[in-house]
Design a protein around this ligand. Structure first.
Ligand code: FAD
Length: 394
């Protein structure tokens, strides 16, 4: 079948949702189509590793984004966009459909990085989607032994969620201390202690090189020569940006596969924009980068929608990111790289502000259990200097 839309959005994630809503801020009538390879409507991914596990009063309905109700967009789900003909302004999909567009947004995000030999199955979940959440929920009903692979925010959040839900959890990560590539030792030590105190077996210093599944469970082969057996494995090793569609159509992609856009989120083709996890854009404080976080998906998606519909704005929002772990939480802006010089300022109730200093400027700010610090943190970063004193900045 062929379809025609004023605005066509490829990808059915959070960026697609806010882009459709951004279009409607400017254009009440233009037709909007969303082509997404997942079988579900756009859904807020942060809930998949947090509130849906930790808040008994919070349901999938509470989380729903209501993209269609709020925008009138038409969803084409279970359809992967395979080619873009930019001269003809049309997109073809794995379902054999053709979609004409006036303006196109690539909001293709990314796909979970996989471990060679460990094929996704009911016992091996590369955790990212609502469908994965449903599968994991069903699998942990009897509180099995779950091996969680990855010490980043998805691995740590899902490990915390599962142990609080009653499962036995082994968390495998490559570092000496959980979180040590990101956080200074005073924070990383606290994080590791939260997990061990909660009963999680933290297996550090090893990567999963491979493994196998059987009708009884999963076996993971680790780089330190050991094996871990469990009922299932949940894997959070980050994403590979889904820029291949753009690259195939002759648009510029970065070395890691992101889609290169300018400050108006536009590619070299004025009618093709990209936003969200997949977009490499010039941040007006932090410089060119790709950001895999929800504040960016929301704000950049909305800006892209408005720009698609005729707004003359530029994207000048520097995104923050956040995570929740047990009773702890943090917000952050910029680059958190513990190999940089760090300056730690203690606050009330165990809170800490951590400044990451890269040469002659502050490159990142961590707000560990400290509220209302995001805007002041952005000011510190925007100054592009190293302050004489860090004590009272936030
Ligand atoms: C479990 C989890 C918890 C998270 N928690 C936090 C958090 O606490 N804080 C935070 O800041 N961020 C968090 N994030 C990150 C945040 O959710 C993402 O940055 C955001 O959802 C990205 O949205 P997106 O739409 O750009 O990309 P995606 O969510 O990746 O959506 C893109 C969609 O496009 C589809 N697609 C790709 N290629 C094609 C194609 N060719 N044709 C059709 N469809 C295609 C993909 O399948 C996908 O459905 C979390 C992410 C996960 C997975």
């Amino acid at each position: 079948m062929s379809h025609d839309y004023d605005y066509l959005i490829i990808g059915g994630g959070m960026t697609a949702d806010t882009a459709a809503k951004g279009i409607r801020e400017i254009d009440a009538d233009g037709t909007i189509g969303i082509v997404g390879e997942e079988s579900t409507a756009p859904f807020p991914r942060p809930a998949l590793s947090k509130k849906l596990w930790t808040d008994d009063d919070f349901s999938e309905d509470d989380a729903a984004l209501d993209t269609v109700d709020e925008t009138g967009a038409t969803l084409h789900l279970g359809a992967r966009a395979d080619t873009i003909d930019r001269d003809a302004k049309s997109v073809t999909t794995s379902t054999g459909d053709t979609f004409g567009y006036r303006r196109l947004l690539l909001a293709t995000g990314g796909h979970p990085r996989q471990i060679p030999g460990l094929t996704p199955s009911d016992r091996v979940i590369y955790y990212r989607t609502l469908e994965h959440y449903h599968r994991l929920r069903a699998a942990v009903a009897d509180h099995p032994h779950v091996a969680v692979v990855g010490g980043g925010y998805i691995g740590t959040e899902i490990a915390a969620a599962l142990v609080q839900d009653g499962s036995t959890v082994t968390l495998i990560h490559p570092d000496d201390v959980l979180g040590s590539p990101t956080f200074p030792s005073v924070v990383a030590d606290e994080i590791q202690a939260m997990f061990t105190d909660a009963g999680v077996t933290v297996h550090g210093g090893a990567k999963v090189d491979g493994g196998s599944t059987s009708p009884d469970g999963v076996r993971l082969d680790l780089s330190d020569g050991t094996t871990v057996t469990a009922d299932l494995a949940v894997i959070g090793l980050g994403i590979e940006p889904a820029g291949v569609l753009a690259r195939r159509s002759g648009l510029e992609t970065s070395s890691d596969g992101g889609i290169v856009v300018d400050e108006r989120l536009t590619t070299a083709d004025p009618d093709v924009l990209a936003a969200g996890d997949v977009a490499e854009y010039p941040d007006h404080i932090l410089g060119r980068r790709r950001v895999e976080h929800v504040d960016n998906a929301n704000e950049m998606g909305a800006a892209a929608g408005r720009i698609l519909a005729g707004s003359d704005e530029v994207y000048d929002h520097t995104p923050m990111f956040y995570s929740d772990l047990f009773d702890a939480w943090y917000e952050a802006v910029g680059t958190l790289d513990a190999s940089l010089r760090t300056e730690v300022v203690d606050k009330e109730d165990g809170g800490k502000v951590v400044y990451y200093v890269d040469g002659d400027e502050v490159a990142g700010v961590l707000l560990w259990k400290v509220g209302d610090g995001v805007e002041p943190a952005k000011k510190v970063l925007a100054a592009h200097t190293v302050p004489d004193s860090f004590t009272d900045l936030i």
